[in-house]
Design a protein around this ligand. Sequence first.
Ligand code: ZN
Length: 334
Amino acid sequence: MKDDVFEFNIEDYPIGRAVEISVEFPSFYGLQQAQAPLFIYRASEEVSPCVVVTGCMHGDEINGMRIAQNLMRKKLKLLKGTLIIMPVVNIYGFLNRQRYLPDRKDLNRCFPGVEKGSFGARFAGFIFQNLTRYGDYFVDLHSGTNGRFNVPQIRCDLDNPVIENLIPNLCIPVVVNSSLRDGSFREAINDLNKPCLVFEGGEGLRIDEAVTKYGTNLVQSLLIHLGMIKKKKQYDFEKRIIQRTKWRRATEGGVFINKASQGKLVKKGERLGELRQITGELISQIKMQADGVILGLNKSSLIMSGDALYNIGYLDSADIDATEEEFDYFDPTF
Ligand SMILES: [Zn+2]
């Protein structure tokens, strides 16, 4: 990126205390420069293990920023290695309360980026070069989009042996096995043979403090596992591993009443919700078609035929129609 002014050199920052700086991003039309905060905490001369936490890769997913804030304000006592936190990566989308970059590109489909590509590709390259230079482990914080709530979960490739070994030590109730190759930050990090966990929780443009706690606990449990902070509290390491996911769609339009319990195992035949007419008359009940876990749901109450209602995770991959599996289920267009 031609007019970038930021190049990240870890040696520029002190050892033994956290610092917060402003990263200057390329300007709008040659006018004001956009700035975004960056937190750097070096515990030792040795940079590794280095954990990088990123939020707001999608500008409207502000719960990731809240988790980052929480970690930055916790006054963690780092015993070794380096912690780098960038609460708002897509500062352009954030300032406009939008998911995408100003050129309407999805930043999380532009990685690892190219120097001479579109604005999105250049910006992705700028971010990628700076953040991956030192990172050994990455946690990328996301949420559902506007009107779509995701239960706290991580998305990762369990075929990657480093991630498979990490999972039992992480505090997160739901793990979704996913190996999509989609130009995401996670994919580009995986291609460097480094582990990247994508946290999903909450919905766009909202902060949910319960979700924030899950995200904070996830990062802290990773830091404990790596010996970077002391263990102060007992975490719950129980988790469900989801092998496949699928959207349950409305077969007809109506007023949607949700009755489902999220994040827990729901048995085949259990009622998830119902669709009613304007008068209140029942149109249909929505029931679980196989045992599974509700990973996300549509928060809108006014539903059209074909609208996605529930994102359901299945514990084993058998007997599930795979036609929708090609789609990224966090993408708001599905
Ligand atoms: Zn996202």
